[in-house]
Design a protein around this ligand. Sequence first.
Ligand code: HCA
Ligand code: CU
Length: 460
Amino acid sequence: MGINHKVLILDTTLREGEQTPGVNFSIDDKIQIAKKLSDIGVDMIEAGDPNVSKDLYEAVKRIANEGLSSEILAHVRAVKKDIDKAIECNVDRIAIYFGTSKTHLTYKLKKAKKEAIKIIIQAIEYAREHGFKVRFTAEDASRTDYSFLVRICNAAVNAGADRVSIPDTVGVMTPERNKDLFIKLKNDVNAELDTHCHNDLGMANSNTLAALEGGATSAHVTINGLGERTGITSISELAVALRVIYNIDTVKLSELPNLSLLVEKSSGIVLSPNSPIIGENAFVHKAGVHVAGVLENPMTYEGFPPDLIGRHRDIIIDKYTGIHAVESRLEKLGISLQKEQIVNIVQEIKNSSKLTRFRDADIIELSEKISGQNFSAKIPHKIEALILIRCKSNVYTSAIARKIRAIKGVDRVYEISGDYDIEITLNANSTIELNDVLERIREVDGVVATETRLVLKKFE
Ligand code: HCA
Ligand code: CU
């Protein structure tokens, strides 16, 4: 096991990621995402296919002319007029794809093998004649007959492609098979190899790492694992696995949570709490035994520390909680109680009918109850607000609601009837923070008006 070469990261959030059902990035969002990707050190950015629509054309062109340090690619069919559009956009490299499996040749392209080879040679030579670097993608490579795969890849290389992508288009590879495939191809094809793994069976990251072990020099990823159907390898999962398991540095890890949030916001696709690395629960500990271990030494239940990616660990207090967790929370709140009183608090928690977690205010209340002291000064100054939001009449309210849900600080989101379309509840630590969240809500495309109501008293 091991990867003994430099690993290049190709991010295709703007191309593959936009093929996620329900996702359409605005041009401004795309430029912001591309800049951020370039800033964190992504080597290549696949910006899109400029033939899809006018705004994709504009987005690809603008990103290509932004002067970013990443290499910018357009992704196109092996069709002359499509390549022309990529040329007009002035990208750094043109990725030309063609289905090479029997299924794709027969049912999608309706082309014989010989004809397929002729088409890709012509397309690649055409792009090369215009001075462009070319990557050839043998779409559905993982289901392509091996000898034909080698034949078509070599034809592409002889026509001028210096990179060849070997995608697992329908996500059916295993790590072992993918590694073997790359070991063989490395021997049989004289080009740099890209791996692009779909996650249909939940193996995208493992298959990508295996391909890199086998000799692939570039890995395709998207932010939050977006992509057609169930998506492809997530940039965070791959970059952290490369660091933690292989001791290989790629992109700047501490910026990944921000990037992820940016894309949750602009895609409307919110991560589940148990998503690796970036999910809300990735560094949260719950069971008493776990918490006791983590408080002694986090390594007991963490394979890598949260600060690797600029995050913090957290401890949940609920029925699973033991004395150590309560002790440490009280210490954080600046409350000192006797051991016996802490034991009583744990008992109260275990006996309570409350089904959700105990937050700081709940712990303070319990401390007061058990000690008879007044700890109201310890209560954090929280601002709670209800915000009513009106949307443009021609937009899909749920899409806006989902985007707003991804904004940090937003608590609950309701679609409502009446003068306004959405109502949210929000928690903030200060009016500055409240204003911040409000501003971010107003920035969401399709929001036309907001009205804020501060909560004065709450009866639950
Ligand atoms: C596609 C197919 C593709 C291409 C991958 C690549 C795949 O949507 O056009 O160019 O490396 O999964 O085969 O995403
Ligand atoms: Cu794909």
